[in-house]
Design a protein around this ligand. Sequence first.
Ligand code: HEM
Ligand SMILES: *[C@@H]1O[C@H](CO)[C@@H](O)[C@H](O)[C@H]1NC(C)=O
Ligand SMILES: *[C@@H]1O[C@H](CO)[C@@H](O)[C@H](O)[C@H]1NC(C)=O
Ligand SMILES: *[C@@H]1O[C@H](CO)[C@@H](O)[C@H](O)[C@H]1NC(C)=O
Length: 385
Amino acid sequence: MSRLLLLGAAVLLLASAATAQDCLSATFSGGRTFGRCNNLPSLSASLHWTYHPENGTADVAFRAPSDASGWVAWGINPDRGGSMGGSSVFVASPSQDGSGAVSILMTHLESTSPSLTNNTLKFKVPVGPAAEYSNGAYTIFATVELPGNSTQQFTVWQAGATSNGAISPHPTAPANLASTQRLDFLSGSSTAASNSRLHRRNIHGMLNAIAWGVLIPVGAIIARYLRVFESADPAWFYLHIACQCSGYILGVAGWGLGLKLGSESAGVTYQPHRSIGIAIFCLATLQVFALLLRPDKKNRYRLYWNIYHHSVGYSVIVLGAVNIFKGLDILKPDSGYKTAYIVVLATLGGVALCLEAITWPIAIRKRRRNAADKASNGNGWQQGA
Ligand code: HEM
Ligand SMILES: *[C@@H]1O[C@H](CO)[C@@H](O)[C@H](O)[C@H]1NC(C)=O
Ligand SMILES: *[C@@H]1O[C@H](CO)[C@@H](O)[C@H](O)[C@H]1NC(C)=O
Ligand SMILES: *[C@@H]1O[C@H](CO)[C@@H](O)[C@H](O)[C@H]1NC(C)=O
């Protein structure tokens, strides 16, 4: 994981070195010039600025490619780190009057479902901002009094589409969630603002993929195939319980985190992913509590309990796999993760098929023997399961 991050950082560094030229050679209308510039790590945007230490202000130009019908935004989060909620931003979009001009909105984003009210910035703008569109990119010019008179600020930027002239929610692809950084306006150095939201989304994905995608199916495979071997009794049962319990605990933790993430982003709901997740939680919880009601091996209801236990168990596994794919489509991580999960799924399926072939003859022999027992003492069927 950390090696992957390092590799990613190296690629980003190389990429930004390759495009550093663009940032330095950029020119601006009205003869504006800026002392410093940074290529931002996502959405192909760049930031240009001049910091005035004598009064704690910065003149800023933010440039980002976009369709002429899209919107772009840049801003500062004065208190909440690298997140959208709590940021005060400048949004450039096509003017609603259809004149072809660019209009600029100065708005504080209360949360990820913002009201986009004009003139609600949480810092001062001594000079009115301006925005223009040319050569496939928007440029926003603004002068801001850096909050807290600090040169270190959490900056955010974004790009999205409009519909009927109104600003539509931006995509939530990784590039749109990675568009935050901590910037020192004095030295120009920048560090990735830890995006705790993206981080928690990834943890949510990992926990659920390991729990419902690996532990629970492995536990089911153990129960179905190991118990066929007499020497594995009762070890298979404890292994099965260990897998299912750890899977359930990790899975519920991942599920809870998912609900929390969902409640935080009121703007979007991934309905099928959410509903399937809730169904999985209910079925799995039922499964855990039904364990307490498990009739004794000799009890005649044990057969019905087994049928119930198997059908709910297999439903959880199938729904888990479906929801992991739905989650991967939402999270859109590097395609390697999807491939990795498909390989895991294929391996589990392959192992199950092989074990099915190996254990069939044994199971049939056992059943015959049970039938023979039954014929001799009249109640052999309770022996199985
Ligand atoms: C038009 C209304 C907007 C809506 C409904 C909206 C919604 C959202 C949502 C739901 C997320 C979290 C995505 C997820 O994790 O699932 C998000 C992230 C983000 N948004 Fe927006 N957004 C809007 C406008 C803006 C604007 C104007 C900016 C200006 C910079 C912006 C910047 C960001 C950034 C930087 C992130 C990633 C950091 C974070 O997750 O907090 N958004 N947005
Ligand atoms: C910001 O701090 C500098 C000193 O670092 C000071 O000269 C300046 O007056 C301060 N500006 C504001 C607006 O407080
Ligand atoms: C801040 O200082 C700069 C450079 O001296 C000056 O150009 C600018 O007008 C000042 N801004 C304010 C709001 O005083
Ligand atoms: C927001 O208000 C400013 C002035 O206060 C104005 O110049 C700008 O056009 C307004 N933006 C929108 C989108 O109405």
